[in-house]
Design a protein. Structure first.
Length: 106
């Protein structure tokens, strides 16, 4: 649900309220009980994503997705076959299978 910011024109009380999109705007100030409450424009009226689980990279633009797909297609096409039609081998594949073992310290 979106968070809306309100300001009382009588006492100056400013606060945020979580409301549904279909709810009517508040009219009465919770501090002075006057009906001079006004909903402010700005960051309110939108869904705010707060916390450590949201990153800008979670929501990529369409142009980025198209460029990434074109780059992936180009790299797949160039490594899948050579000029004579046989499968190409990549030297980076052998380095991926390398495993490391640790020796216990005494």
């Amino acid at each position: 649900m979106p968070t809306y910011e309100y300001l009382c024109e009588t006492c100056g009380h400013r606060f945020d309220e979580i409301q549904s999109f279909k709810d009517e705007p508040l009219k009465t100030c919770p501090k002075c009980q006057e009906e001079k409450l006004r909903r402010l424009f700005g960051t309110g009226g939108a869904i705010l994503f707060k916390g450590s689980g949201f990153y800008e990279t979670d929501y990529r633009s369409e142009s980025y997705k198209k460029a990434a797909k074109a780059e992936q297609d180009a790299s797949t096409k160039s490594t899948s076959t050579t000029s004579n039609g046989s499968a190409a081998s990549s030297s980076s594949d052998s380095s991926k299978s390398e495993t490391k073992t640790s020796t216990p310290s005494t």
